[in-house]
Design a protein around this ligand. Structure first.
Ligand SMILES: [Ca+2]
Length: 464
């Protein structure tokens, strides 16, 4: 269920596929001799001991001080393609960095320079991108293909330019780090150069139905619950199970592959349930700083976000609190406003816990198998980062709301329930492309502001 890392796969049993990413020293020389028009690296057959001298930079995440322009981003220096290159702007103090994914032993760095080469530069390693150790210094480089024997350990490796060899910048066709570490699979997390402002996609769903049911808290007990408002899977009732979500896949969500059930206590106004017959936004985001490590929900995961027993103080200070209630010009209201401008919507934004304990799909209180991140990281007790759901629920409620209330109790009793019914490969594609890829995606997995990054899914919400 969990996406295995390339490290585990490569270390356990090198496969012919993994071997495609292992360019031996001889392979690199062959490329040089074959001129720079070659489009892929020569490869050697995979062998059991290849990991001692594997190319552990190819396909990994990269960063750089600058790029010269289009199609010269840092990722082109680790794409295994001698027809593509990274190029910096035209000044001395530039760097190219690769994130090996985990701390690795490094014993060689090969550089394939374009005409814009580094005369003086250093190879440095780091485990945090803050403190760097120099493991090679070149003072009289002449460009071309350079192979540097080194002895270092670190997660990040960089070429730090000191003095350029020409009036241009620094440009590398390939920057290859060899050693004992993880070898990327070609379906690993995408590499990209864009500044990251978001790491999310929207899984918007419309109102489906009201029921006095709760398949998580009162499974099998018809009419046992207070009134719930259901979004997503149209079959959800007291008998809903993970299996039934897939047996009855019809959904009000934009993406037809999202068979998940989402529900929350119904809002009443003037004694009547308020049907949220307007657009509902459900974000799937990264709740942690290292958005590249977020994994899809495991199949069958279900949980409750929020606290029915919350006090005004605990509601406001809850880790899931975002804006509280909003309407018109009112925001960060920790109770339902008494009055909202006519025509405005009543909204509430609330975030779910996004760290899973890696074991339990549910727990007795339906919460303790999940946790909120602490200081941007998942705690050791709940080490698996999964998407952070953020409900932005909207009700068509405005004007006088003095008689509006949540059926669960106080205004601070806001909570919601989730049962994962995503088609696994579709959720996986959206998480990789949009969350791991640092995008702001629509339900199709497309970032309107970064069209060059493409779309995770087709217009029919299928895999490309
Ligand atoms: Ca390249």
């Amino acid at each position: 269920m969990l996406r295995t890392t390339s490290a585990a796969a490569a270390a356990a049993a090198p496969t012919p596929g993994a071997g495609r990413f292992r360019a031996a020293r001889a392979g690199f020389a062959a490329i040089a001799a074959g001129a720079l028009v070659a489009t892929t690296l020569a490869v050697t057959a995979s062998t059991a001991d290849a990991a001692d001298d594997a190319n552990i930079s190819q396909g990994k995440l990269t960063d750089s001080s600058s790029t010269e322009g289009g199609y010269t981003g840092s990722r082109y220096a680790v794409d295994g393609d001698m027809g593509t290159r990274w190029a910096s702007q035209f000044s001395d103090d530039q760097w190219l960095r690769v994130d090996l994914g985990s701390t690795s032993e490094i014993d060689r760095v090969d550089l394939a320079w374009e005409g814009a080469y580094g005369k003086k530069f250093e190879i440095q390693v780091s485990d945090d991108t803050q403190s760097w150790t120099t493991i090679a210094t070149v003072n009289d480089g002449t460009g071309g293909n350079q192979s540097l024997d080194v002895d270092g350990t670190g997660r990040y490796v960089q070429m730090k330019g000191i003095e350029r060899g020409t009036g241009y910048g620094y440009s590398l066709y390939e920057f290859q780090v060899f050693g004992d570490g993880d070898v990327a699979e070609d379906n690993d997390v995408p590499v990209f150069d864009d500044p990251v402002t978001h790491r999310e996609f929207q899984a918007n769903c419309e109102f489906s139905h009201f029921e006095f049911d709760d398949p998580i808290v009162f499974p099998g007990e018809d009419g046992r619950s207070h009134l719930h408002t259901f979004l997503g899977n149209e079959s959800t009732d007291e008998n809903t199970t993970i299996q039934s979500l897939f047996d009855n896949p019809s959904t009000t969500c934009t993406n037809p592959n999202d068979h998940s059930a989402y529900w929350y206590p119904t809002l009443y106004n003037d004694g009547q349930p308020v049907e949220p017959n307007i657009h509902q936004t459900i974000y799937y985001k990264s709740g942690i700083e290292d958005f590249r490590s977020v994994q899809p929900f495991p199949e069958g995961l279900r949980f409750i976000a929020g606290d029915m027993m919350a006090t005004p103080a605990s509601f406001e200070n809850a880790p899931g609190a975002v804006e509280g209630y909003e309407c018109g010009s009112i925001s960060k209201s920790w109770s339902i406003p008494d009055y909202c401008d006519p025509g405005s919507q009543l909204n509430i934004r609330y975030q779910a816990p996004s760290c899973w304990n890696g074991v339990d799909l549910d727990s007795p209180n339906h919460k303790s198998h999940m946790a909120y991140p602490v200081n941007g990281e998942c705690p050791l007790t709940h080490p698996v980062p999964v998407p952070m759901i953020e409900f932005k629920i909207a009700w068509p409620a405005s004007g006088d709301l003095t008689d509006a209330y949540l059926v669960s109790g106080s205004d601070q009793s806001w909570h919601y329930d989730f049962m994962n019914g995503w088609e696994p490969e579709i959720l996986d594609a959206l998480v990789r492309h949009c969350i791991n890829g640092g995008l702001q995606c629509n339900p199709q997995g497309y970032d309107l502001y970064k069209p060059h990054r493409g779309s995770a899914l087709t217009a029919d919400f299928e895999l490309p």
